[in-house]
Design a protein around this ligand. Structure first.
Ligand SMILES: Cc1cc2nc3c(=O)[nH]c(=O)nc-3n(C[C@@H](O)[C@H](O)[C@H](O)COP(=O)(O)OP(=O)(O)OC[C@H]3O[C@@H](n4cnc5c(N)ncnc54)[C@H](O)[C@@H]3O)c2cc1C
Length: 293
């Protein structure tokens, strides 16, 4: 199918983009990489009156190094994946991006587009939640910064208002953390049936901080705080990891769908929990390896 007719605007500056989004509000749709939006337009599941194309807004394409790594919304996923700063200081992001579709898709898909789209099976929302990062939204009223918990509301639904653009994603640099992203998909390049992003900080044999965020098992990136507490109390050892996995399997409440049963997703999430915790624990000591489960 072809999209329903729409007006098309291609601003060249962020100010112009913000003004257009302000002017058209809910009647407009922003086009980033188009990897999710174009299929929706073609199927006429999205029928905006105006398409505001961000592809000429070069101000939104950057990766800024610092204690927090700041990534402009229009930065292509492939740019982030191959960036030395991201590889060195945000290894969790580099690892997760590699699981998104195929290189052709990542060449167009953007970091901001994936997070703004808020697909419950997407990798990047889980990375944002596991690292306790933030998104920056901009409108005519100014900027506001939201953490994952406040930003992701439900399936494909975020707290961004119709006149707000997602302009930046901020993730703490985490060379000192042990991180791992693992997922299970039916085929290479498919969305995950279940996946987990883990970030942990050690203090000798004890664990100082741990966050795990799951994808594919709920309407938003999902944390199971009881499982995190089991690791905090139990330490970096197989027994604590197995207990965390047991809690995850017991507590998650995914839906049955055409791709997998809820029971299967819960089981996979538990298995991935244990593996990802082990991998993150090894990495906190400086060893590496990983990727798709
Ligand atoms: C075959 C295939 C496989 C895929 N596999 C995966 C996968 O495994 N994992 C995964 O996570 N994704 C996957 N995707 C989707 C992913 O590649 C998209 O890049 C991503 O979901 C959307 O990013 P985008 O830049 O293409 O955004 P677009 O498709 O352009 O936009 C997506 C939505 O976000 C909104 N939006 C975009 N940018 C902004 C912004 N700056 N501010 C406000 N709103 C904005 C748009 O209006 C639209 O509603 C796949 C896509 C394809 C075609």
């Amino acid at each position: 199918m072809k999209p329903a007719p729409f007006l098309y605007a291609a601003p060249e500056t962020l100010d112009d983009a913000v003004a257009l989004v302000h002017r058209y509000g809910a009647e407009g749709k922003v086009l980033a990489g188009g990897q999710s939006l174009v299929p929706l337009l073609n199927m006429r599941l999205a029928r905006p009156r105006v398409l505001v194309d961000l592809n000429r807004v070069r101000e939104l394409d950057y990766i800024k190094d610092g204690k927090e790594i700041r990534i402009g919304a229009m930065t292509r996923q492939r740019t982030a994946e191959t960036s030395p700063v991201v590889r060195q200081k945000l290894p969790l992001l580099a690892e997760a991006v590699r699981c998104i579709g195929h290189p052709q898709i990542r060449n167009r898909g953007t970091i901001g587009g994936s997070i703004a789209h808020a697909d419950p099976a997407a990798e990047l929302p889980a990375v944002l939640a596991a690292l306790d990062g933030t998104v920056v939204l901009q409108s005519r009223r100014g900027k506001r910064t939201l953490r994952a918990e406040a930003f992701f509301l439900s399936y494909l639904t975020t707290a961004a208002l119709p006149d707000e653009l997602l302009v930046e994603v901020r993730l703490p640099a985490h060379q000192h953390l042990g991180t791992a992203f693992l997922e299970v998909a039916r085929r290479h390049g498919d969305f995950a049936l279940a996946g987990v992003a883990v970030a942990l900080e050690r203090d000798g044999d004890a664990v100082r901080r741990v966050r795990m965020a799951f994808t594919g098992v709920g309407a938003t990136p999902t944390r199971v705080e009881e499982a995190e507490e089991a690791v905090l109390k139990g330490g970096l050892n197989d027994r604590a990891f197995a207990e965390a996995a047991r809690i995850v399997t017991a507590r998650l409440t995914p839906d049955n769908d055409i791709h997998a049963s809820a029971e299967y997703r819960r089981h996979v999430a538990g298995v991935l929990t244990e593996r990802a915790l082990r991998l993150a624990a090894r990495r906190v000591e400086g060893q590496t390896s990983g990727g798709r489960g």
